[in-house]
Design a protein around this ligand. Structure first.
Ligand code: AMP
Ligand code: GLY
Length: 430
């Protein structure tokens, strides 16, 4: 009998963690990744860019892949799932139409308004004067968001009318984000604590996974510019059963009803970013894919086979499905290159690494993100976010301490990480 073969598309720590979980739960499965990163054995890594749908489809056909799992947002927004489905392949991820929940902030905003999902007050504009007038009406600070995908850089918090006008000019008239900025959403500024949920969605059903908290700012105490995410913990202590129930009632139930009402067949993973405000949670945005680095913490805690959850989504069987979790806490610390999220150098040798994905006696697993393998079998840096050091602990603090102790043994030139991942998640909110 031939082994199960799964193809994972993407190259980050998220994809390494998903592949690790799929391999760990089935020792007979072959997990291939395109393009992958230095953490993936060369025999399973295929150097195909995520935008080359033809070659990815040809690879999945050649492998006779039982399942293809798409990691990043860009190929989903560009319709990779439809493309692969049309060629008879079995794929986990939303269609292009459903991926608009992430790819268009105005679409998401309209959807939330229509279906009564709590979100910041906001409107969509393509004209600078109208957008400026609305920002004045909201008061400052307020938030201006490019409508489309802008590599996580399309959200600007403006503090006065001059900043608002300059930002609107740059996005709407000077094309700072290209097509992604042909319209903007202007919305109310929300204060609170940010965290996120992951939920599997299929055929009118949902399965809420465990909550997680990312740390978007580059520096400790949440200072400095936004990044793709500098570390996660799961579960945050403040995210108890009452909040989970509120999320089910006010977000997931109206969302699944709304999808059905609009005839949108969303099959995949929905990852909404939330702001916990004094007046309850608000949805900041929808992502239609696994979070990076949220997934790294979640995969350390997921006890059920991931493959079964993915199959249940594809086959519309979520009502029969449950997910079991390790009750302990997980922490993922992202190790970045000096200069990130701005420009940085690549190619520095990385010392002291355990084997990729191998669990240490202390329960540490290091996932790779921006790494490359050398001809001699060593590793060098090749991206802004380089490694994800994950650990499990009875408490968030224990998990963080274990990850930090493991980090003492790893080094490369310009290595940077935050030592405070999860500190704000250790206690209930005041
Ligand atoms: P988004 O891509 O919409 O999640 O926005 C990126 C980041 O901008 C979020 O993670 C928040 O930190 C911040 N942000 C977005 N919308 C708001 C808002 N309405 N109020 C305050 N901060 C926001
Ligand atoms: N960690 C944030 C994201 O994946 O978008």
């Amino acid at each position: 009998m031939r082994p199960t073969r799964i193809l994972v598309i993407g190259s980050g720590g998220r994809e390494h963690a998903l592949a690790w979980k799929l391999a760990r739960e089935n020792s007979m499965a072959e997990i291939h990744i395109a393009p992958g990163n230095g953490g993936i054995s060369p025999e399973f890594a295929h150097a195909i860019p995520t935008e080359n749908f033809e070659k990815l489809a040809a690879l999945a056909v050649k492998l006779e892949a039982d399942l293809t799992l798409v990691g990043p947002d860009d190929p989903l927004a560009a319709g990779i799932v439809d493309f692969l489905n049309e060629r008879g392949l079995r794929v986990f991820g939303p269609s292009k139409a459903a991926a608009r929940l992430e790819a268009s902030k105005s679409f998401a905003k309209d959807f939330m308004r229509q279906h009564g999902i709590p979100t910041a007050r906001g409107e969509t504009f393509s004209s600078r004067p109208a957008a400026l007038a609305f920002s004045r009406q909201l008061g400052f600070p307020c938030v201006i968001k490019a409508d489309g995908l802008a590599l996580g850089k399309g959200v600007v918090i403006v503090h006065n009318e001059t900043e608002a006008d300059e930002t609107l000019a740059a996005i709407l008239e000077e094309g700072r984000f290209g097509k992604a900025g042909e319209s903007v959403v202007v919305e109310e500024f929300l204060e609170g604590v940010e965290c996120s949920i992951h939920a599997l969605i299929s055929a009118g059903r949902y399965l809420l996974l465990e909550p997680a908290m990312d740390h978007k700012k580059i520096f400790e105490d949440d200072r400095g510019p936004n990044t793709g995410g500098m570390g996660t913990v799961s579960p945050p202590a403040f995210f108890g059963p009452a909040l989970c129930e509120e999320v089910r009632q006010k977000l997931l139930a109206p969302l699944t009803r709304g999808l059905e009402a609009e005839g949108l067949d969303f099959r995949g993973l929905l990852f909404p970013g939330l702001m916990l405000t004094k007046r309850g949670f608000r949805v900041l945005e929808f992502n239609v894919r696994f979070g990076d680095p949220e997934t790294q913490s979640l995969m350390r805690r997921l006890r059920s086979p991931l493959r079964e959850l993915l199959d249940a989504v594809i086959e519309g069987r979520l009502d029969e499905t449950r997910a079991e979790w390790d009750p302990r806490a997980a922490c993922c610390i992202v190790v970045a290159s000096r200069g990130y999220p701005g420009s940085y150098q690549k190619g520095f040798p990385i010392y002291g690494l355990p084997s990729p994905g191998e669990e240490s006696p202390h329960g540490v697993v290091v996932f790779h993100a921006g790494t490359a393998r050398t001809a001699e079998g060593g590793f060098v840096t090749s991206g802004g976010r380089v490694l994800n050091v994950t650990a499990i602990g009875q408490t968030i603090k224990d998990a963080r301490s274990t990850a930090l102790a493991a980090l003492d043994k790893i080094c490369f030139e310009g290595m940077y990480y935050r030592k405070d991942i999860g500190k704000r998640a250790e206690a209930p909110l005041p």
